[in-house]
Design a protein around this ligand. Structure first.
Ligand SMILES: [Zn+2]
Length: 223
């Protein structure tokens, strides 16, 4: 019997979230992607354009998978309701270690969009906060993904990350590269856009550029 579950995924057009969309679609899942439109990010229109191209590539490459990839839902950052409680928890965690501001908005969004996949990789800043307290869920369509063990997590970690799912938290960027190569979609990952400062040549200085270099994909900065 076909799995009727809809897999909600935050899609930035970058390496990790594009890997999740391609993996889920390839395995026949119904994927509903979301993008948070932030006026302060100069790459925002380039990212939406990239997602359009990546969607076509993924659908063509795995046309026989039985997967479904919905139109991108775009949510304006300023339309996300504020929550003092989430903000307080975000500030507390940020005082302990680096944590990007987007997790504050994503936490607020996942109160409504329960279970939406946030594609954070192994050894990254979010893994630092949640790695010890995630559990694996086995799904008959998409395989294993992780969620927070809510009863074991610190209350601020729970407030921010408790409603998300984590499809790639056990994978490094290089693990994803190997899996994409094995299943014939590494070229699609190489079509992703990641730099927040530029729409033409990766700047090498923003967080996504630095992250690619740090986690073994420095060659992409020369594209
Ligand atoms: Zn950059």
């Amino acid at each position: 019997m076909k799995n009727e579950q809809v897999f909600k995924v935050f899609w930035t057009s970058g390496w990790d979230s594009t890997f999740t969309v391609a993996q889920y679609f390839r395995q026949g899942a119904h994927v509903k992607p979301y993008y948070v439109y932030d006026d302060n990010r100069s790459s925002r229109d380039k990212e939406i354009e990239s997602i359009g191209k990546l969607s076509q590539l993924i659908k063509q490459r795995f046309a026989d998978s039985g997967g479904q990839l919905d139109e991108l839902t775009i949510i304006k950052r300023q339309d996300i309701k504020q929550s003092l409680r989430s903000y307080f928890s975000y500030k507390i965690l940020k005082s302990r270690a680096h944590l990007g501001r987007q997790y504050f908005w994503l936490a607020r969004l996942t109160k409504e969009l329960q279970g939406t996949a946030v594609s954070v990789h192994k050894d990254g800043s979010v893994d630092h906060f949640i790695g010890e307290c995630v559990k694996e869920v086995e799904d008959s369509t998409v395989g294993k993904y992780c969620v927070l063990k809510k009863n074991e997590a610190d209350k601020h970690v729970r407030a921010l990350f408790g409603n998300m799912s984590f499809p790639v938290i056990k994978l490094t960027k290089l693990d994803m590269k190997a899996i994409a190569e094995q299943h014939g979609f590494l070229d699609i990952l190489h079509s992703t856009w990641f730099c927040h400062n530029s729409t033409t040549t990766p700047c090498g200085h923003c967080n996504p550029c630095k992250s690619l270099a740090k986690f073994g994909l420095a060659y992409r900065l020369d594209e």
